[in-house]
Design a protein around this ligand. Structure first.
Ligand SMILES: Cc1ncc(C[n+]2csc(CCO)c2C)c(N)n1
Length: 221
């Protein structure tokens, strides 16, 4: 039986395709994405990941069981630890820590992270992890797709290391675990009466991911 994640993704099929097949993603896959677009994305992703860690912190407080609290705490600590990796990745693209600290948040970053945090604040743990899931699981799907493209692993593609990171075992396992957690929590707390609201949260978060790519492409503030 397919779980809640598959059902949500199926019901948001058009928005999901617009997210995982966005022009920004295509540009990463064939190496044609303008570097300035990627740099803008990296800076905003730094700000995004900080808010994402905050959303998992909220998850610790919303989680129904000790095991779920530990999962959310682990995800939060994981991101906080990976921030130093992200800072190094940015340094490799010529963005120093001071530039990251000073960067003004773009509206698409604020819209997305505010939406997820507010979904969690208003709702319960299931609402929160539904709003988080397009982000965590979507990047795993994108990584796998891009790694299979002709230039996805090509050393001449400047974005090959980024693709390898998300196509890699560690991120794939993390995304599979997030998906399993959503299915598990769904099996306990989903009722048909609340499904439409969850589907709306999922579809909105998916659209906000696509807007995040578009922000990178447009270098929008
Ligand atoms: C806009 C945006 N969406 C998704 C990711 C993917 N991602 C990378 S690390 C991480 C936390 C893992 O729990 C997530 C979700 C991203 N970086 N930026």
């Amino acid at each position: 039986m397919s779980g809640l994640f598959e059902r949500l993704k199926g019901d948001a099929a058009a928005a999901w395709s617009a997210y995982v097949e966005h022009d920004f993603v295509r540009g990463l896959g064939d190496g044609t994405l303008p570097e300035a677009a990627f740099r803008h994305y990296l800076v905003q992703d730094y700000l995004f990941l900080i808010e994402f860690a905050r959303a998992y912190a909220l998850g610790v407080s919303k989680a129904p069981t000790l095991a779920d609290m530990r999962k959310s705490a682990g995800a939060m600590t994981g991101i906080l630890g990976e921030m130093s990796l992200h800072i190094r990745l940015c340094a490799g693209w010529g963005i120093d820590a001071a530039a990251l600290e000073a960067a003004p948040p773009a509206r698409a970053m604020l819209a997305y992270t505010s939406f997820v945090l507010e979904a969690g604040r208003r709702g319960d743990y299931l609402d929160l992890i539904v709003a988080l899931s397009p982000c965590v699981v979507g990047y795993a799907e994108i990584g796998t797709r891009l790694a299979a493209r002709p230039h996805g692993r090509d050393p001449a593609n400047p974005y090959a290391p980024w693709i390898a990171e998300y196509a890699g075992e560690a991120y794939q396992a993390l995304a599979a675990e997030a998906r399993a957690e959503l299915d598990r929590i769904g099996a306990v707390y989903l009722t048909e009466a609340r499904y439409p609201r969850l589907a709306a949260l999922f579809a909105q978060a998916t659209r906000l991911e696509a807007d995040f790519w578009q922000m990178g492409l447009d270098q929008a503030d």
